[in-house]
Design a protein around this ligand. Structure first.
Ligand code: BES
Ligand code: MN
Ligand code: ZN
Length: 499
């Protein structure tokens, strides 16, 4: 695990393997960002001109490795672009810092130590630099045997003029956030042969217990006896039976209770409504919602905000077999409502309906479910922007705002009432699929809303795209599991601590 510290040392003489330096872009070319101005003197004032000569302008995410010829103690200088500061507000700038720190640290994997000289005067800036650096220093080499892996940077120092004056909490906070996200990424990246529902529940018990959470696990027998027809129906085709995990964090002075519900399909083949291969090979990521809930609860327990939070992990494996549920089966959900399963690939809503109904028994002030729920989310919003739906406009706006502050893309989406009739079933209370594909992200939200009791505030986050990066790494985001929405859930808890 990578460590981070703040330090007010002189960047010129600081002993490290690489010095990462932030630059702003402007009409006169790149210029050292706040805090890095004095560094130029060590290079005889030629740093900006040298960077321009190698084509570096300071645009966001731009990187240039520069030889130092002994001008500073570090053998390598990595210039990273932050863009034009004049154009950014504090929220956007924090994200620019996270991304720049992450991209720079990623670019020097294989290096043992690095120091970052990026704007870090305020606590928010210092945290952004520390967090981006830690998140960029992620690698998943558990399954490599060839020894060719470049290990992530292990030891990070954020150089900040204010670093020494009691800012210890900043590095600690960034580490807690990064460790939560790292756990989620690791879980998402783990192949389904090594992560089935009972195994996930075991990890939740162990890691949650270590963080001081109360953890309860319902096994398949308890789920059957308890009437959790959705979890049982989805899980019955697999030799690895389903689980429902309840995690709970309480604060003695809390006045609010939040409930988080995560979709935890450890592998989604589609079931008898089998997916084509190209849509299936990355469905180990279909537990990203449950991962985010687990990671967030652990982070919340460690940060200890004045709020109560319960988390539910709805864990099942969706496979076709002789015991699998069939299209046209009717299941009895935990809420008592009956559901006709027209498509076994619309399984996420079936496990979530039970999780949401159960979470309502905790009398929460707000339920938030998180799920890799629909391909339609990716069609509508792309890979990096989650869809946020809610039964209350203010709640939806709050979730979008908190996600934005964390640098996690999210956008408000409607729940048009007219979509409800598409879910009418000729024989049950509701069907799990509408006959047409248009608006499928919203129809899934409309389905879930049916299981939220009247008077309970609820938001639904569809992060099918953001949970897993099939493309190239960018900023602090690696290939594969991203840990998306984990920090949003932590941020929401912190918001409710002060309401
Ligand atoms: N897990 C998938 C959704 C998904 C797709 C997540 C791509 C991540 C990337 C979900 O269970 C699913 O199969 N949804 C179907 C629903 C449809 C049958 C109504 C979909 O979106 O195609
Ligand atoms: Mn599915
Ligand atoms: Zn799924």
């Amino acid at each position: 695990m990578t460590t981070v510290r703040l330090n007010s040392a002189d960047p010129v003489s600081f002993d490290t393997d690489a010095l990462i330096v932030g630059f702003r872009s402007g009409p006169e070319g790149p210029r050292p960002a706040t805090g890095a101005e004095s560094l130029d003197a060590a290079f005889g004032g030629k740093l900006a001109a040298t960077l321009t000569a190698v084509g570096f302008s300071g645009k966001p995410g731009e990187l240039a490795k520069v030889p130092v010829f002994g001008a500073i103690a570090a053998p390598l200088l990595v210039a990273v672009g932050l863009g034009d500061s004049a154009k950014a507000d504090a929220t956007a700038d924090a994200e620019a810092l996270r991304r720049a720190a992450g991209a720079a640290v990623r670019s020097i994997a294989g290096t043992a130590r690095a120091a970052l000289l990026l704007p870090a005067e305020s606590a928010d800036q210092a945290e952004a630099v520390a967090l981006g650096a830690l998140l960029g220093a992620y690698g998943f080499s558990r399954y490599r045997t060839n020894g060719e892996v470049k290990e992530p940077v292990g030891d990070l120092t954020v150089l900040s003029a204010n670093g020494a004056d009691g800012s210890d909490g900043i590095a600690g906070r960034a580490s807690v956030l990064a460790e939560s996200v790292t756990l989620v990424r690791d879980l998402v990246n783990t192949p389904p042969s090594d992560l089935w529902p009972a195994k996930f529940a075991e990890i939740a018990e162990q890691r949650g217990g270590e963080a001081g959470l109360s953890v309860e696990v319902l096994d398949d027998k308890q789920l059957k006896d308890g009437g959790y027809g959705g979890l049982i129906g989805v899980g019955q085709g697999s030799a690895n039976p389903p689980r429902l995990v309840r995690l709970s964090y309480t604060h003695p002075e809390a006045t609010k209770t939040l409930a988080y519900v995560g979709k935890g399909i450890t592998f989604d083949s589609g079931g008898l409504s089998l997916k084509p291969s190209a849509s299936m090979d990355w469905m180990k990521s279909d537990m990203g919602g449950a991962g985010a809930v687990l990671g967030a609860l652990i982070g919340i327990a460690r940060l200890a905000p004045k709020v109560n939070v319960v988390g539910y992990l709805c864990l099942a494996e969706n496979l076709p077999s002789g015991t699998a549920q069939r299209p046209s089966d009717v299941i009895h959900s935990y809420s008592g409502k009956t559901v006709e399963v027209l498509d076994t690939d619309a399984e996420g809503r079936l496990v979530l309906m039970d999780g949401i109904a159960r979470a309502a028994e905790d009398s929460p002030d707000l339920i938030v479910d998180v799920a890799t729920l629909t391909g339609a989310q990716i069609v509508a919003l792309g890979w990096r922007t989650a869809g946020v739906m809610a039964n209350d406009d203010a709640v939806r706006e709050l979730v979008v705002e908190v996600a934005g502050a964390a640098g996690e893309g999210a956008w408000g989406m409607p729940l048009p009432e007219e979509l409800r009739k598409g879910l009418d079933s000729p024989i049950a209370d509701i069907a799990n699929l509408q006959p047409e594909r248009w608006g499928s992200m919203l129809a899934a939200g409309i389905f879930l809303k049916e299981f939220v009791p009247d008077g309970v505030r609820w938001a639904h986050i569809d992060m099918a795209g953001p949970a897993y990066n099939k493309g190239e790494p960018h900023g602090y985001t690696p290939k594969g599991g991203t840990g998306a929405i984990t920090r949003t859930l932590i941020g929401l808890a912190e918001r409710h601590a002060s309401i």
